[in-house]
Design a protein around this ligand. Structure first.
Ligand code: AMP
Ligand code: ZN
Length: 112
């Protein structure tokens, strides 16, 4: 989508601090980190949220989880949390599917 913030980041039109990239997904550090390690993983193709995952686009989501496992291993990160907020009430502020990966501090449960 032409005016989507994360589509623009995936295309390199808005600068970001890259963690990982391949043909299907892009990972970059969150601009407002909530933990010592906080990066986002997004599909390069626009998907609005977890609520828009279907049989056709689900393979990229599986791929993203594989990437999260690989990248955290490479970082030496063993304990981490993966979060995807779906919809404004759940805290989604950017309407392009993204998975937060947070690590490096004690986490509380349930999340607020
Ligand atoms: P959410 O609120 O779950 O939709 O997550 C959106 C995340 O994107 C927030 O944690 C923001 O800090 C982050 N964010 C917004 N703009 C940028 C940007 N230009 N570069 C990196 N992260 C961003
Ligand atoms: Zn988008």
């Amino acid at each position: 989508m032409s005016d989507c913030l994360f589509c623009k980041i995936a295309r390199g039109e808005i600068p970001s601090k890259k963690v990982y990239e391949d043909e299907l997904c892009y990972a970059f550090y969150d601009i407002d980190p909530q933990a010592p390690v906080h990066f986002l993983v997004i599909p390069k193709a626009h998907i609005a949220s977890c609520g828009a995952i279907d049989a056709e686009n689900a393979p990229v989501v599986a791929h993203i989880f594989q990437v999260i496992s690989q990248v955290t291993k490479e970082m030496g990160v063993t304990d981490f949390r993966v979060v995807s907020n779906c919809g404004p009430q759940a805290g989604q502020s950017v309407p392009h599917l993204h998975f937060h990966v947070l690590s490096g501090r004690d986490m509380t449960w349930p999340p607020g």
